[in-house]
Design a protein around this ligand. Structure first.
Ligand code: C2E
Ligand code: CA
Ligand code: CA
Ligand code: CA
Length: 278
């Protein structure tokens, strides 16, 4: 080994150590995140594509760690899955989302919320038990809560995942396939799943206003999904042109920065009050 190679190796290795240390710190700090009230929900409005009115929101998790500062979900969710902490996080998200839906219901506001479930959540026995408990307190819950799962979450253990999805469906929940188009399954394969909604990944939506192949992909996806009786949501709508294009394709619902970034709960209520009358 030359001197250069050696120093390169040391640098490379210490880079790895740093990454490794960061991961360990995140896993360690996540343990107290719920108890220490470091978590927050933000809500991204979901919009009726034809009318532009608000139909509900997607619930997204935010973590302001006392020790590490702000850590994004793309970084901590995979680690929470690995360490098992995800079960407690999802439990918290489910309870908080139920409280919100219940208070809106009592105010006579009909809004849906969508939450994200990971592979671990989908396969764990804790989830149906938790939902059964929440339904006892709030029987309307399954009609108002949409469960988003990715196709990769299903493909880890398709048999068990399908059985579990069927259990959740029997409880009355509707299920949505998230990030559609980024995995390897065809719509025909996904048809075996008890799902009601398909979310077209933002990678296909972001460039819809320009001339691109994405247009044909999205158009035919929406068409086929409708043939199969699924509702279609497009995520990542960033400008008005994309909205118009999706409208002409008869997409059902939209999400994206053009309408709103994910908002704290108070900000979402404000958004609602400003948009309800149209
Ligand atoms: P996702 O489920 O695909 O959520 C959509 C992500 O796209 C969100 O990022 C959202 O802020 C972002 N987004 C929304 N509109 C636009 C847009 O117009 N343009 C662009 N460029 N981005 C947009 P976020 O909040 O950082 O979440 C990232 C991922 O972390 C989520 O992807 C989801 O996989 C995961 N995640 C977030 N919260 C939870 C949770 O409570 N549980 C689980 N299991 N995963 C979560
Ligand atoms: Ca999602
Ligand atoms: Ca998504
Ligand atoms: Ca995603």
């Amino acid at each position: 080994q030359s001197k250069l190679e050696k120093s390169f190796y040391v640098e490379y290795k210490s880079g790895l150590d740093e990454q490794y240390m960061r991961r360990l710190q995140i896993i360690e700090s996540l343990k107290g995140a719920v108890a220490d009230q470091e978590l927050n929900l933000v809500l991204q409005p979901k919009i009726n594509c034809q009318t532009g009115s608000v139909v509900g929101a997607e619930v997204l998790l935010r973590w302001q760690s006392d020790k590490l500062g702000f850590v994004g979900p793309d970084e901590f969710i995979p680690l929470a899955e690995q360490s098992g902490a995800i079960t407690e996080l999802t439990n918290w998200v489910c309870r908080e989302s139920t409280k919100l839906l219940q208070s809106w219901h009592e105010q006579g506001r009909t809004l849906k919320l969508s939450i994200n479930l990971s592979t671990v959540d989908l396969l764990s026995d804790a989830l149906p038990l938790l939902f059964e408990q929440l339904i006892i307190d709030f029987p309307e819950l399954p009609k108002l809560l949409v469960l988003e799962i990715t196709e990769s979450a299903v493909m880890k253990d398709p048999e068990k995942a399908i059985a579990r999805l069927e259990t959740l469906k029997r409880l009355g929940f509707s299920i949505s396939i998230d990030d559609y188009g980024t995995g390897h399954s065809s719509l025909a394969q996904l048809r075996r799943l008890p799902v009601e909604e398909l979310k077209v990944d933002r990678a296909f939506v972001q460039h819809l206003s320009e001339e691109s192949k994405d247009k044909s992909i999205v158009r035919s996806t929406i068409h086929l999904a409708h043939e199969l009786g699924l509702r279609v949501v497009a995520e990542g709508v960033e400008n008005e042109d994309s909205w118009r294009v999706l409208q002409s394709m008869h997409c059902d619902e939209l999400q994206g920065y053009f309408f709103s970034k994910p908002l704290p709960i108070s900000g979402f209520i404000e958004y609602l009050n400003n948009h309800e009358t149209n």
